[in-house]
Structures are given as structure tokens and as C-alpha cells.
Write a protein that binds this ligand. Structure first.
Ligand code: ATP
Ligand code: MN
Ligand code: MN
Length: 307
């Protein structure tokens, strides 16, 4: 009896490799892309994806029946996972819930095995969930907004951030818009980040009322770009760089150099097939230096308030 018990304890200590069931199952029916191809994509981009999600509470969009069937935005543990970290965190409501945080390749692949197509991290790490280390300005074009205006808007956001002394980075979302990301070091608490993001968006909308709106209400968005600052709060998420999107064409959220933006044709210009090729060609990370940027929101909030 004792021998059996210690044997199974030893077996549990050595995590087994992730087995992909139904690798032939079609995930993107319009494109004929299978679960195995999704796994292969994530393995190919793993060194680029992992820094974006490792040790951050991460929600997934799971599409167990493929993207043409219902998909689920999943914040919490959905199965017994061997390779993914779990931690109890306080919710907005004050209740506690168990969140997932990928740590390594096996964890990412295990989530894909459980149907994950998209990865959406918090703006903070599991060890310090109350301290944000990035601000994300999610630029959402309303109806009747041409793509060149989205590019111009991202550049205006960059310019205004620059006036405040903040360095920023841009990525496609794989969808309709762009994200402008501001790294923070030291980090800031969520109240500070939220206050900054809202103040920034509202000031921008006042300065350029024909281009931007800062109110969530859909009816004000037609012909304008909504600066969705609500991505910045405890428990809020934004899509991870190098995540696939559960949309036809298997588009990908892709970090760019600012000087690449001009030739970008749309927010979903990159996909499962083209991103690994792009990465193989790149000589350096388009977001090189992001981890070395030192910028503090406290001082900036005073400057913004004074405008
Ligand atoms: P696009 O460029 O098309 O706008 P996007 O990723 O920015 O692409 P949004 O709809 O602007 O899409 O952003 C929504 C964000 O809100 C997602 O990135 C995700 O992190 C988060 N989100 C999506 N669904 C839910 C949900 N059900 N509950 C909470 N957050 C969600
Ligand atoms: Mn968006
Ligand atoms: Mn949005």
C-alpha cells in the first residue's frame, strides 16, 4: 500500500507532456485551419508570445467547437490543468476567484489543448496584481472610419504621449483597430493608471473632437475613433501580442515599429501563416527596449491635470 502511494506521488511530481486530442479538428472552417496548426503556430511564436503573458493573470477565448461555434471568454479555471499556474485573486465584487497564469510553453499548449484560441493578459503580474506595468490605449474605429485615419490617430496618441514624456509602442489587434502601449517602470496602482488613461483620452477628445471620442456610448462613435481607456483597470485585459484572434483568416495581434505603420493595410493584415515568416525575417524585436524604459505616471498625472 505504502509503495503504491509513493509511486503515484512520484508520478504526479513529474508533469506529463501535453497530449493534443483531435489534432485534425478544424478550428477556422473558412481557412481549413486545424487544431494541430493552431498548436504549431503557438509553438513557432512561443519565444515572442511568452514574455507577453508569462506570470500574468490571463483570460482565454476558448472555441471548443471552432470559431464558427460559440466561443467563451474564460477568466477562471475551466479544467484540471497540470502546467498552468493558478492563484486566488480578489474580484471587483470583493469575492475571490481562481485565475490562471501561464508560466511556460507547456502551459500555453495545454490551454490550446483545452480549446484556447486567444490570450488576454492583465496589465500586471501575478505576484503584484495591484501594480500595473503598462497602459493600453485601445483605438476602436467607429463605422465609416477609413484605415488611414486609424493610423493617423495612433500617431496622434503617440505624439501626445511624447509631449507628456512617455514612450509608447504600437500593435495591430488582428481586428479593426490598433493598440498603443505605454510601459510603466516603476509600476503604478490601478487608480493612478485608470485616472491617467481616462484623463488622457478625454483631453485627446477635447483637442481633436472630430477624430476622437472618449465616451463608451456607441451612438457617438460613428465616423470617429473611440479611445477605449477602459482596458486599464484591475481585472481588465487586452489581447496579447502574438495571440491569434478567433475571426476568419486567423489574424494575429502583432507588435510593429512605428515606422512600419505607414505601409500597414489593416488591423488584421497579419495572420497565422504570415507571422512566423515575419518573425524569421526580423533582425530585431519591433518593441526592442520596452523592458528598459523607465517612466513613472505620478509626475505625468500632474502635467496632464495642469493642461
Ligand atoms: P479591435 O481592434 O477589433 O477593437 P480588440 O482586441 O481591441 O480588437 P476590443 O473589442 O476593442 O477588441 O477589446 C475588447 C477587449 O476586452 C478584448 O481585448 C478583451 O481583452 C476584453 N474582453 C473581450 N471580451 C470580454 C468579456 N466577455 N469580458 C471581459 N473582457 C472582455
Ligand atoms: Mn479595440
Ligand atoms: Mn475596445
Amino acid at each position: 500500500k505504502a509503495a503504491t502511494a509513493s509511486k503515484s506521488a512520484a508520478a504526479a511530481a513529474v508533469a506529463s507532456p501535453v497530449v493534443i486530442t483531435h489534432p485534425e479538428r478544424v478550428v477556422f472552417p473558412d481557412d481549413g485551419i486545424t487544431k494541430q496548426q493552431v498548436v504549431d503556430y503557438y509553438r513557432a511564436v512561443m519565444p515572442w508570445l511568452l514574455p507577453a503573458i508569462a506570470d500574468r493573470p490571463t483570460s482565454t477565448i476558448r472555441c471548443p467547437g471552432g470559431i464558427a461555434s460559440p466561443c467563451f471568454f474564460q477568466k477562471h479555471v475551466m479544467a484540471r490543468l497540470e502546467h498552468v499556474g493558478t492563484a486566488r485573486l480578489k474580484e471587483e465584487t470583493g469575492a475571490q476567484a481562481v485565475y490562471l497564469y501561464p508560466r511556460d510553453e507547456s502551459g500555453v499548449i495545454e490551454l490550446v489543448q483545452f480549446g484556447a484560441v486567444e490570450f488576454h493578459p492583465w496589465g500586471s503580474h501575478i505576484g503584484s496584481p495591484d501594480i500595473a506595468d503598462r497602459v493600453v490605449f485601445d483605438l476602436d474605429p467607429g463605422e465609416d472610419v477609413e484605415w488611414r485615419r486609424v493610423i493617423a490617430a495612433a500617431r496622434m496618441v503617440r505624439g501626445f504621449l511624447d509631449e507628456l514624456g512617455l514612450v509608447s509602442f504600437v500593435r495591430t489587434t488582428g481586428g479593426k483597430g490598433l493598440h498603443v502601449v505605454v510601459p510603466l517602470n516603476p509600476g503604478a496602482d490601478w487608480a493612478t493608471v485608470k485616472g491617467f488613461a481616462r484623463g488622457f483620452a478625454e483631453t485627446l477628445a477635447q483637442l481633436h473632437p472630430l477624430e476622437f471620442v472618449a465616451t463608451a456610448s456607441k451612438r457617438f462613435r460613428r465616423g470617429k475613433i473611440y479611445v477605449d481607456y477602459l482596458r486599464n483597470g484591475r481585472g481588465a485585459t487586452a489581447v496579447a501580442s502574438y495571440s491569434l484572434r478567433s475571426r476568419p483568416g486567423a489574424p494575429v495581434a502583432v507588435p510593429l515599429r512605428w515606422d512600419e505603420l505607414g505601409k500597414l493595410k489593416s488591423g488584421n493584415a497579419f495572420d497565422l501563416a504570415t507571422v512566423p515568416k515575419r518573425l524569421a525575417r526580423l533582425r530585431k524585436d519591433p518593441w526592442e527596449g520596452i523592458d528598459a524604459v523607465k517612466q513613472d505616471l505620478e509626475a505625468v498625472n500632474e502635467t496632464l491635470a495642469a493642461r
